[in-house]
Design a protein around this ligand. Structure first.
Ligand SMILES: Nc1ncnc2c1ncn2[C@@H]1O[C@H](COP(=O)(O)OP(=O)(O)OP(=O)(O)O)[C@@H](O)[C@H]1O
Ligand SMILES: [Mg+2]
Length: 429
């Protein structure tokens, strides 16, 4: 079994060509550490974090996880004799970026080398060393990359909307609390669906909706802002049309048009989707998202149907399998099918995160004074799942508030270039 860690560009490239199943992907060191802990049987570990970060992580992890084989992927110019020596001392294989796929594939299944068969580290020592490492990583290592994230499942009621809404309000309020100009928008892409995203946000009967964007061309930020609804968390929201007649107007072309505009102005565009692949708006969203969370319940029938409907037909549907990430939702203790098991069964990568069944969710939804769970019940199991998932998706240590302090926030802030309203649109246009 193989774990692949690295920035989004690296992991996507790698997955697109790698011929073996990959059990976990991580874009940040917190998620990578969780994957190492949870996957004791994964022998091959590919580390492709950019520059020094990859070297540092590989050296740290190889010291602690001595029964794994680490492949450190580096650009040729980053390979110095010093790096070779540090890596070799811990049994880490240094591989070139261009040949990484072939190099790692060639090693899968072979016996671990003598350098990696050092005596195992005691679990308490390992945990303490990891905590120290993660705390020192609290400072941000990468900027938050812009992305389009869609939340999809083949089955209704598995928690897509609950996940999409809570990730949206969490990311928006997290950024806002730190004074960051990081804009998040949630699109209710469940056209003609149940409109539960609006229920969660307590937003109903507003004139703004997807169908009204048809006649909008090259809007400035002021116009865009008026065409969206703002939630108190800082999240922007675009509802789906309230009537079937208006829902008809939301074609695949319109969806692409709207998402294209939102991409200009927002750092994170989250689309809460319906289940119907025959709907063009749903299909184009799946095809064009940088990450698709494939929400799956712990039912074998659902897993099988997910394979038949999506995975087996990905090529025909023009869906990029490398963009899919399995997330098990509404999980119950004692049921063995978690995200990684389901991901393996589907041949799709997963994040080492699960969204547990949480009875508090429905009471919160039905209580008009209750904010979305992740804000109103931050200590609930559901909120913990959302925090971990947001961190895993955005590849950012700062999102994992449970670990690490607030050190390094200034250097993190420096990474955000000042932006005037609309300037990004003009720059790109
Ligand atoms: N993790 C969870 N724990 C407990 N209840 C949940 C959980 N996730 C969702 N629910 C409940 O299940 C119901 C359906 O959830 P949600 O609307 O998020 O599903 P969905 O996948 O978006 O459904 P649809 O396909 O109809 O859009 C809601 O009542 C919600 O409160
Ligand atoms: Mg829904």
């Amino acid at each position: 079994m193989v774990l692949v860690f690295g920035d989004r560009a690296f992991t996507e490239d790698f997955l697109a060509q790698f011929p073996h199943p990959v059990s976990h992907i991580a874009h940040d060191v917190v998620t990578a550490t969780a994957a190492l802990r949870e996957q004791p049987s994964a022998v091959e570990v590919v580390v492709g974090f950019p520059g020094n970060e990859g070297i540092e992580f590989a050296v740290h992890a190889a010291e602690l996880y001595r029964d794994r084989r680490f492949h450190l992927v580096l650009d040729d110019e980053d390979v110095s004799s010093g790096v070779w020596a540090r890596a070799a001392a811990r049994g880490i294989r240094v591989v070139g970026r261009k040949s990484a796929v072939a190099d790692v594939a060639g090693m899968v299944g072979s016996a671990p080398g003598s350098l990696t068969s050092r005596e195992a580290v005691d679990p308490p020592v390992l945990n303490a060393a990891e905590d120290e490492y993660l705390a020192s990583k609290a400072a941000a290592l990468r900027t938050l990359r812009r992305q389009r994230l869609s939340v999809y499942s083949i089955k209704g009621g598995v928690g897509k909307t609950a996940v999409a809404v809570n990730m949206g309000v969490y990311a928006a309020s997290w950024a806002r609390a730190r004074g960051l100009e990081y804009r998040v928008v949630l699109v209710d892409g469940d056209i003609g669906g149940s409109q539960t995203a609006g229920d969660w946000l307590r937003i109903a009967d507003v004139p703004q909706n997807l169908a009204t964007w048809g006649s909008i061309n090259l809007p400035g930020w002021d116009t865009v802002e008026k065409l969206l609804v703002r939630h108190s968390s800082g999240l922007y929201f675009l509802p789906s049309p309230p009537t079937p007649v208006e829902a008809e107007k939301v074609t695949g072309d319109l969806m692409l048009h709207v998402l294209g505009i939102l991409d200009w102005y927002f750092d994170l565009v989250i689309v809460d989707m319906g289940t119907e692949l025959k709907d063009d708006a749903t299909l184009v969203t799946l095809q064009t998202s940088s990450t698709v969370l494939l929400i799956v319940s712990q039912e074998l029938g659902v897993v099988r149907r997910t394979r038949r409907k999506i995975v087996d037909h990905a090529a025909r549907l023009k869906i990029n399998l490398a963009a899919l990430r399995v997330v098990a939702s509404r999980t119950r203790p004692g049921v063995p099918y978690g995200s990684s098991n389901i991901g393996r069964a589907l041949g799709v990568a997963s994040f080492p995160v699960e969204i547990p069944e949480d009875p508090g969710l429905l009471s919160c939804l039905n209580n008009p004074d209750c904010d979305p769970m992740v804000l109103s019940h931050p200590d609930s199991p559901f909120a913990a799942g959302i925090v971990a998932l947001t961190g895993a998706v955005l590849g950012h240590e700062m999102f994992c508030s449970a670990r690490g302090g607030k050190k390094g926030i200034m250097s993190f802030l420096d990474r955000f270039r000042p932006r005037r309203n609309g300037s990004r649109f003009l720059r790109k246009g």
